[in-house]
Design a protein around this ligand. Structure first.
Ligand code: SF4
Length: 422
């Protein structure tokens, strides 16, 4: 027999990054008196969890709001997320959205959505949620959010103004969450947040390294990966963990550029020569290292670009998240005059990516130890997963390997992946 509920129906539309996906999950976990539907045309209420990282992210949210106005069911629109602090007030005053609430109120969503009158509550930027949410990949990997916000003020970035300064989730709650997940068969954990290297920085009794040590002690934890950390956050306490067997042999350390002057223009805290020494130290301990890199930020002249590429060749990098600069109003970079044209930025982007692709192939050819893979999925008898160096691998096997840990000694290095038989 099918039961149909009379509860009002809510659809969540999430824009942006993994942090927003977590925030939507926090809202869903706290929603008691509503049903969730999978399509806006079935909804009484649409909650937009917005992103505001670039001007085009703002446009996407606005276009979506306009598209909702054309729906026959005419849902009420509640607007939340990072856009609350930028475009939200304008949308509210223009009557484009019915209500607005900030990040800090997301755990109160059940009561907010019940209000009949229009709500305008941006909240504050100091709040830290009590609801810890994990996002699961398959049956054995879980993302765990450990902190919120950022104390840095990079010129191009709006994040600190819309998510606030760095603050950390309580260590005991994180450990309890991981411990519960291990009992349900999860073995790999990926720690994420806005700026996870700042974990515990405002409490001298804790730090990212201390949190990691506690996580390694949990029975059932097999591998821990970290989201992006900043070079200046890798201290001696953290370096001591590099030989720990449960650390994935891959770190993602955000450089954003390899020109000294560009780092200054971007108001970054890292310095090229210190970064190089740090990367060499970590690579010498057998690690693959990835980075973020912004191409075409204002002020990136031909000579600064060629200096950056000369430096880049010296870095033992294996992975890259390259971004072409995109303007965000309200940031210092948005008013900088020395704009880099789009076609030039594209050529530079391709040059950068190709350098790192070659470095990645060389790295994979040089691997002397067996690969340890957590198999995530299967398609037509080919299994897929990532090894300890965060390189993808395809494994042909007659055995069902999904959610298994597999050790592979012999593998073939192809352009964008390794392949093997098991
Ligand atoms: S470190 Fe810089 S780029 Fe990253 S969130 Fe903080 S301000 Fe933004």
């Amino acid at each position: 027999m099918k039961f149909s509920s009379n509860k009002p129906k809510v659809y969540f539309k999430t824009f942006g990054c993994r942090t927003n996906i977590f925030d939507t999950q926090v809202m869903i976990n706290n929603l008691k008196d509503f049903d969730i539907v999978s399509n806006e045309s079935l909804a009484d209420i649409v909650v937009i969890n917005s992103c505001t990282v670039t001007n085009s992210a703002d446009s996407s949210a606005k276009n979506y709001v306009n598209s909702l106005k054309k729906l026959a069911n005419n849902p009420k629109i509640f607007f939340t997320g990072c856009g609350v602090w930028t475009k939200g007030e304008g949308l509210f005053n223009d009557g484009k959205i019915d209500s607005l609430f900030g990040h800090s109120l997301k755990e109160e969503i059940n009561e907010i959505l019940k209000k009949q009158e229009r709500v305008f509550e941006p909240g504050n930027l100091e709040h830290i949620d009590k609801t810890i949410v994990s996002e699961f990949v398959g049956k054995s990997r879980a993302f765990i959010k450990i902190q919120e916000g950022c104390d840095f003020r990079c010129s191009y970035c709006i994040i600190p103004y819309v998510r606030g300064d760095a603050r950390s989730y309580d260590m005991s709650v994180i450990l309890e969450q991981i411990s519960t997940l291990t009992q349900n068969g999860f073995g790999e954990f990926i720690l994420t947040g806005t700026n996870i290297g700042s974990y515990g920085k405002k409490d001298k009794n804790t730090s990212l390294a201390k949190l990691l040590k506690e996580i390694f002690n949990i029975k059932g934890v097999r591998r821990v990966r970290l989201g992006s950390v900043e070079p200046v956050q890798i201290d001696d306490e953290f370096k001591e963990l590099l030989n720990e067997s449960k650390m994935a042999k891959h770190l993602h350390i955000a450089l954003q550029h390899t020109s000294k002057d560009m780092l200054r223009i971007m108001n970054r805290r890292n310095k090229v020569l210190d970064d190089l020494a740090l990367f060499e130290y970590i690579a010498d301990r057998g690690y693959a290292i990835g980075t973020d890199f912004i191409v075409g930020h204002p002020g990136e002249t031909d000579s600064l670009w060629s200096e950056a590429m000369q430096n880049l060749h010296r870095f033992p990098l294996t992975h890259i998240h390259a971004f072409t600069y995109s303007k965000r109003d309200g940031t210092p970079s948005a008013s900088m005059k020395e704009i880099v044209k789009g076609d030039i930025a594209k050529v530079r982007y391709n040059e950068l990516v190709s350098i790192i692709e070659n470095k990645n192939i060389e790295f994979r050819k040089s691997i002397k130890e067996p690969l340890n893979i957590l198999v995530e999925q299967e398609k037509s008898g080919v299994f897929f997963g990532y090894d300890q160096f965060y390189n993808p691998i395809e494994i042909t096997s007659n055995t069902d390997l999904v959610a298994d840990w597999v050790e592979i000694g012999n593998f073939e290095v192809q352009k964008d992946k390794n392949v093997a038989k098991f």
